[in-house]
Design a protein. Sequence first.
Length: 151
Amino acid sequence: MDIERIRAYLLTLPHVVETAQWGGLVFWVGDKAIGGKMFVMLPLDENESLERSEKARVISYLVGAERYSELLEAEGIFPAPYVARIFWVAVAGWDVFRKAEWERELSGAHALTLAKLPPKVRAVLDMPAAQQKKMIVERRKLLAAKTAKEG
């Protein structure tokens, strides 16, 4: 696996939105403007990854409380910087899992995140695409106005 294959796979999952943030790519279940939640982070700059933590990572993702301790026992998996307290792990290399295992891990992260979304966010995700898009645009305008007012 590599970053492009992982990215392509993530974008096939339902309601996934990609943003460029924090020196990498962040994948969300639902747009963050409507309350979506992130479930995967892919650092793009290896040097930046090393500067922020003591270990380089190729990916960080949500695993949940049940699997967290189990995965930390595996070689090449460690607590994700900044988000370990909410049961995220970081992986040092693409060879830690085979393709099918990566897909299972990331589908699991997606499912956990989707299940935790508040009912209002899930209701927006259940809307027809055009209506959902309109809601996201309106919400972004509100957020931009609020930010401008505060700044």
